[in-house]
Design a protein around this ligand. Structure first.
Ligand code: 5GP
Ligand code: ZN
Length: 112
């Protein structure tokens, strides 16, 4: 399958790794929107938040455990945001489920 994040997960395209285990990879976003901006992806291809099912949803709790662990290890104690864009109108540009983690500055709410 011709999927950018599957290739990054497989190490075929290089990335600046934050964390990796058997199930997930976290890596810094190539166009950071905050002083800390990384993505957490399942290694398994899931096209987006609308493709989460009872069969594959355990990865989501694992990803949030990883995000919490990384928030303690990196300097994110002042707050952080987790964002998943789903679909074209929401700004999803890569059709492989990913969680943006943003920290290091004040973040406006609601988002634009
Ligand atoms: P989306 O727009 O789908 O919510 O998020 C995709 C994110 O992937 C964007 O923030 C974009 O900067 C990032 N991105 C796209 N291509 C690459 C790449 O080759 N390497 C890395 N590290 N990030 C990428
Ligand atoms: Zn993929």
């Amino acid at each position: 399958m011709d999927c950018l994040f599957c290739k990054i997960a497989a190490g075929e395209i290089p990335s600046k790794k934050v964390y990796e285990d058997d199930l997930v990879l976290a890596f810094y976003d190539i166009e950071p929107q905050a002083p800390i901006h990384f993505l957490v992806i399942p290694k398994e291809h899931i096209s987006g938040a609308d493709a989460i099912t009872p069969e594959n949803s355990r990865i989501v709790s694992h990803i949030y455990e990883v995000i919490a662990k990384l928030s303690r290890e990196l300097d994110m104690k002042d707050g952080f945001r987790v964002v998943t864009n789903c679909g074209e109108k929401a700004g999803q540009s890569v059709p492989h489920l990913h969680f943006h983690v943003l920290a290091g500055r004040s973040l406006a709410w609601p988002p634009g």
